[in-house]
Write a protein that binds this ligand. Structure first.
Ligand SMILES: [Zn+2]
Length: 236
């Protein structure tokens, strides 16, 4: 599906900081909002990143990368990628919930852990995968993260544009769509994505493991990035 109306352009200079980008998995923030994060850093906006899961389920049959090693490697990749976007390791937090099973974690436990992380520098704006971005962990993140803060929320697309079905997109009254051209930040975004070697074919002993398709990466780098400002991020 394509957007029916052409969305307005997002102006990063008008976004309030501190900004926290919430990633269910390491690489979501790079794929979904790498260019915006680079632009915010360039403007001097304080950007923080919060990782919800351990990312350790992408290659369940790899013997070379058992879960613990994979999770540790992906955390390093995440921090390396974020550093290229201007987010230093000391402004990152990782919660270590189980990759692929976030929906099984009681929502209050997620909310409390997110609240604790946010105390490091309470957000004025939270970037979070759109509430129906088509991955179970992405969908499971929205409500408990929104419940953790009164900050403004912008949903970003990771998989929506790739494989979203019609009902996954926001209804007309549900959210305002905004775009951000990757423009001068495309190279930075490409470097941040490239940091995720385990997701780009570096693990060779699990043919069923996850690999980001080069075409998908190319589309993410080309942009534009797509954001949704929800009319009400916290419906009763
Ligand atoms: Zn993800």
């Amino acid at each position: 599906m394509e957007l029916k109306a052409s969305p307005a352009a997002l102006d990063p200079a008008r976004l309030p900081g501190p900004v926290w980008v919430v990633a269910p998995h390491p690489d979501d923030e790079a794929l979904g909002c790498g260019a915006l994060l680079a632009a915010l850093s360039n403007l001097g906006t304080e950007v923080w990143a919060l990782l919800l899961t351990d990312g350790g389920f992408s290659h369940p049959d790899s013997r070379e990368y058992p879960r613990e090693r994979l999770a540790a490697t992906r955390l390093d990749e995440w921090r390396t990628g974020l550093a290229t976007l201007g987010v230093p390791p000391e402004r990152t937090r990782a919660l270590g919930f189980p990759d692929g099973a976030l929906a099984g974690v009681p929502a209050p436990a997620v909310t409390q852990a997110v609240q604790r992380a946010f105390t490091a520098s309470p957000p004025a704006l939270v970037l979070l995968p759109w509430r129906r971005d088509p991955h179970p962990d992405h969908r499971a993140a929205w409500a408990p993260v929104c419940a953790a803060t009164d900050a403004a929320v912008l949903g970003y697309s990771v998989w929506l544009t790739e494989r979203g079905a019609e009902p996954d997109w926001p209804a007309a009254a549900e959210a305002t769509a905004l775009t951000f051209a990757t423009g001068p930040y495309a190279a930075c975004k490409a470097a941040a994505i490239a940091a995720h070697a385990t997701q780009l074919g570096a693990i060779t002993d699990d043919p069923g493991g996850f690999t980001l398709a080069p075409e998908m990466v190319a589309r993410a780098v080309a942009g534009p990035e797509l954001y949704f400002r929800p009319a009400d991020p916290r419906p009763a």
